[in-house]
Design a protein around this ligand. Structure first.
Ligand SMILES: *Cc1c(COP(=O)(O)O)cnc(C)c1O
Length: 379
C-alpha cells in the first residue's frame, strides 16, 4: 500500500456500530462493562480511547513502527520518551534542537538526575566523542531548527545499533512523508503533531512511534501511568489532518523550493538555509535520506533592524511561532522559539538577531513571494 493510501485508510475502519466512514469522537471518560471482569477492551479513557487508537494505528504505519502512542503535546511525547531512562543516565542531543526540548532537558529533567551533552550531529564522530559509560540514548533532531542542518542519520544509526543505545529522532520538520528515520536505524521517532501531521494550526499534540515491542510496551505503560494523553477531539483533528498529509507535503515542498530560490537570489538576503539548495552543506545527504525538502526555510537579513522590517511588513505571512500549517508563518528565532537558549549558545549556533524563519504554506507561491519581496524592500 502506498503512503497516501495508508494515510487515508490505516486504522480508519468504518465505525462498527453505525458504519460512519469517519472515526467518531468518542468523548467519554469511561465504558460500561458487560459483567464483572468482562468488557469490550475499553475500561477507562486515560488507558484506551477508540479515536486515539485509530490515530495511533495510522501513525505507526506511516513511520513503519510497531506501535504509536499519542500525547497532549510534542513536549509531553518527548518527556515520556525520556522516562524510558533512569537517574544517572546520560543522553547525547543535537546541539540546535528545538528550544522547548532544550528547556525540558536542562531546566526539568536535569533535576531528576539525567545528564545531557549537546553535539553537532551532522558528523557522527561528534556523537562518538561524547559517549560515556552511562550514555543510554542519542536524541537527534533533523533537520535542526532553525538552521536546517541534516544529521548523519545513517552513521549515527549504525553507531547506536552497534552499541545497543536507543536512537530517538524528532521527525517533526520532515514528517514521515519525506523521512522515515526507522529505515536508517532509529529505535523511536517522536513528533509534535501540532505541526505538519495535523497541518491546520488548530491542535496541540505529540506522538511516540516505537520500532520494537519492548519500548512500545513501556511507552504504553508510561502513557497510562503518567497520563499526558491527547484528547479525543484532538485525535479526531489529527486523524483528519493526516488524510491530506501527502498532498500537503508535496505542495509545501514545491513552494519551499521556489521561495528558497527567490530568497537565495535576493540582494537583501545574505544567506539562506534550505536543504534543497545545492549550496546547503548537507544537500547531498538530504537527497539521500529524504524524498523532499519540505517548507522550512531560515534566512539571514544581516541585522535586527532588517529582520524587524521584514517581520513587521509582511501582510500574507503571519508573524507567529509554530510551523507546518497550510498558512505561511514567519518568525524571529532569537526572540521567539529560541529565546530560552542562552545568548552565547545562540551565537555559536548561528541564530543571529538578523535570522528570520519561514514556514512556507500551501497558498499560491506567487503570493508568498510577492509578500516577502515587498517586505524585503523595506529592510
Ligand atoms: C513544536 C516542536 C516541538 C514541541 O511540540 P509541542 O507540540 O509544541 O509541544 C518539538 N520538536 C520540534 C521540532 C518542534 O517543532
Amino acid at each position: 500500500m502506498g503512503f497516501a493510501t495508508k494515510a487515508i485508510h490505516t486504522g480508519q475502519e468504518p465505525d462498527p456500530t453505525t458504519g460512519a466512514v469517519t472515526v467518531p469522537i468518542y468523548q467519554t471518560s469511561t465504558y460500561a462493562q458487560d459483567a464483572l471482569g468482562r468488557h469490550k477492551g475499553y475500561e477507562y479513557a486515560r488507558t484506551q480511547n477508540p479515536t486515539r487508537s485509530a490515530l495511533e494505528k495510522n501513525l505507526a504505519a506511516l513511520e513503519g513502527g510497531v506501535a504509536a502512542h499519542c500525547f497532549a503535546s510534542g513536549l509531553a511525547a518527548i518527556d515520556t520518551t525520556l522516562k524510558l531512562l533512569k537517574s544517572g543516565d546520560h543522553v547525547i542531543v543535537s546541539d540546535n534542537t528545538y528550544g522547548g526540548t532544550y528547556r525540558l532537558f536542562e531546566k526539568v529533567l536535569r533535576n531528576f538526575g539525567l545528564d545531557f551533552s549537546y553535539v553537532d550531529t551532522t558528523e557522527s564522530i561528534n556523537v562518538e566523542n561524547a559517549l560515556r559509560d552511562n550514555t543510554r540514548m542519542v536524541f537527534v533532531e533533523t533537520p535542526t531548527n532553525p538552521i536546517m542542518a541534516i544529521a548523519d542519520l545513517e552513521s549515527i544509526g549504525k553507531l547506536t545499533n552497534s552499541l545497543g543505545l536507543r536512537l530517538v529522532v524528532d521527525n517533526t520538520f520532515m514528517s514521515p512523508y519525506f523521512l522515515r528515520p526507522i529505515e536508517f536505524g532509529a529505535d523511536i521517532v517522536v513528533h509534535s503533531t501540532t505541526k505538519y501531521l495535523n497541518g491546520h494550526s488548530d491542535s496541540i499534540g505529540g506522538v511516540v512511534i516505537t520500532k520494537n515491542s519492548e519500548d512500545a510496551d513501556r511507552i504504553g505503560f508510561l502513557q497510562n501511568a503518567v497520563g499526558a494523553i491527547i484528547s479525543p477531539f484532538d485525535s479526531f483533528l489529527i486523524n483528519r489532518g493526516v488524510k491530506t498529509l501527502a498532498v500537503r507535503m508535496r505542495q509545501h515542498d514545491e513552494n519551499g523550493r521556489k521561495v528558497a530560490g527567490f530568497l537565495a537570489d535576493h540582494p537583501k538576503v545574505q544567506k539562506v538555509y534550505y536543504p534543497g539548495l545545492p549550496q546547503h552543506p548537507q544537500h547531498e545527504r538530504a537527497e539521500k535520506l529524504m524524498t523532499g525538502f519540505g517548507g522550512m526555510i531560515a534566512f539571514e537579513t544581516g541585522s535586527l533592524a532588517a529582520a524587524r522590517a521584514v517581520l513587521d511588513n509582511v501582510t500574507l505571512c503571519a508573524l507567529a511561532e509554530s510551523l507546518g500549517g497550510v498558512e505561511s508563518l514567519i518568525s524571529h528565532p532569537a526572540s521567539m522559539t529560541h529565546a530560552s537558549v542562552p545568548a552565547e549558545e545562540r551565537a555559536r549556533l548561528g541564530i543571529t538577531d538578523g535570522l528570520v524563519r519561514i514556514s512556507v504554506g500551501i497558498e499560491d507561491v506567487e503570493d508568498i513571494i510577492a509578500d516577502l519581496d515587498a517586505a524585503l524592500q523595506k529592510a
